[in-house]
Structure formats: C-alpha cells, structure tokens
Design a protein around this ligand. Structure first.
Ligand code: ADP
Ligand code: 5GP
Length: 196
C-alpha cells in the first residue's frame, strides 16, 4: 500500500555540470522515482532515442503543445525549445509516485510558481574552469555553443536562492550520494506521510 503523497523533485544547474550523469546514477540506486521525459525541438544526438531521452518534436508541434496547455513549463534553452509534459507529472504524483525533472533554471522557476511544494535541487560546479573542461570533454557541442553555455553560468548561479538544496558536483560519487540522501530524507518528512 502506498502511504505517501508523491513528491516532485526538480534538478537544475548550468549545462555541463553533470545533471544528467547525477540523475542517471541516482535513478539506478533508488526505486520508485519516475523520470519525466521532456519534449524538445533540438535534433537528437548520436544514440539518443525518441520517447526515451526526449520526445523530439517540430517547432510547430511544440507551439501546439503550448497552446493546448500540455506543458507544465517550457523555455528556450541555448537556442532550442524544451518543455515538460504536464499529464505524466500530475498523474504520477496523484498515484503517490515521486517524479524527477531535470530542467533548466527558467523552467524550474516556472515550476516553483505552480508547485511550490516541490523540492528544488541546484547542482553547482566546483569551478567555472572545471565546468569548461566538462563541456569540452563531453564532445557534444561546438566551440560557440560551449561559449554560450559558459557565459550563461554566472546568471544561472545567481538564481541559487530559489532552491532548497545545493549540491556541488565535485566527485560524482559524492554528488550522487547527496542527491539520493535528499530524496530519502524528503520521503520521511512527516508532512509527506499519510499518518492519518
Ligand atoms: P549536464 O547534464 O549538466 O549538461 P552531463 O551529465 O552531460 O552534464 O555531464 C557533462 C560532462 O561532465 C560529461 O562528459 C560527464 O561524464 C562529465 N561529468 C559529470 N560529472 C562529473 C564529475 N563529478 N567529475 C568529472 N566529470 C563529470
Ligand atoms: P541538452 O540539450 O544538453 O539535453 O539540454 C540542454 C538544457 O535543457 C539542460 O540544461 C537541460 O536541463 C534543459 N532541459 C531539458 N529538458 C527540459 C525541459 O523540459 N524544460 C526545461 N526548461 N529545460 C529542459
């Protein structure tokens, strides 16, 4: 029997900080966390699968989703549109399942307005130099795109005050353990338990 309400966890932070890496490791170590799959107009990268990594969609279809109110939040991130389909999130939370969103800071602020009871986790880099190394090492982005992501970093860091938790992704094992612990602790909060 499910004795808890579902909790919404939102992870964000600068591009290249390791959000995806941390999220995947946390999901592999914790049961019963549902990952929301975002819609995006960005073309798939090598190896990415539609419906698994993202719902890859056209700008026209994305605009329809906005108009129909199908997105919990959406934002233009580094030149592409990204958004969270609301139906999945609300149905999981209703069923008492915890949901994890990995979205950018503009999106996280929109979610915070609509669902202030969510738990907001900011993943921070140990330094800008290390962030730059990770973005270059990932090998996904052009030099121009890396520059765009690095120059957005300071402004993104200025929004840390809206988050409940800050986890510095220094060693990956440490960061994963901290995020896992946050989820476990939030699940034990009295207000999240149906104690009758
Ligand atoms: P994001 O999802 O935030 O854009 P990624 O998860 O894609 O970032 O990570 C960016 C790059 O940094 C990847 O190549 C990843 O393997 C690497 N990385 C992630 N966490 C760490 C860490 N703690 N130490 C060193 N490299 C890391
Ligand atoms: P990428 O293209 O590298 O997969 O993601 C680029 C950025 O878009 C990352 O910062 C990621 O967190 C963000 N992102 C992914 N999905 C969503 C979403 O549904 N909404 C918002 N606002 N940002 C997203």
């Amino acid at each position: 029997m499910n004795t808890r309400k579902g909790i919404l966890f939102v992870i964000s932070g600068p591009s290249g900080v390791g959000k995806g890496t941390v999220r995947n490791a946390v999901l592999s170590k914790l049961d019963d966390v549902q990952m929301s799959i975002s819609a995006t107009t960005r073309p798939p990268r090598n190896g990415e699968v539609d419906g698994v990594d993202y719902f890859f969609t056209t700008p026209g279809r994305f605009q329809q989703m906005i108009a129909a109110g199908e997105l919990l939040e959406w934002a233009l991130v580094y030149g592409n549109l990204y958004g969270t389909p609301c139906e999945f999130v609300s149905s999981m939370l209703r069923k008492g399942k915890d949901v994890l969103l990995e979205i950018d800071i503009q999106g996280a602020l929109q979610v915070k307005k609509k669902m202030p009871e969510g738990i907001f986790i900011f993943i921070a880099p140990p330094s800008v130099e290390e962030l730059s190394k990770r973005l270059c090492g990932r090998g996904n982005d052009s030099a121009e795109s890396i520059q765009l992501r690095l120059s957005a970093c300071q402004e993104e860091m200025d929004h840390i005050e809206y988050y409940d938790y800050v986890v510095v992704n220094d060693r990956i094992e440490n960061a994963v353990e901290k995020v896992r612990s946050i989820i476990i602790a939030e699940r034990c909060r009295r207000k999240n338990l149906n104690l009758g």
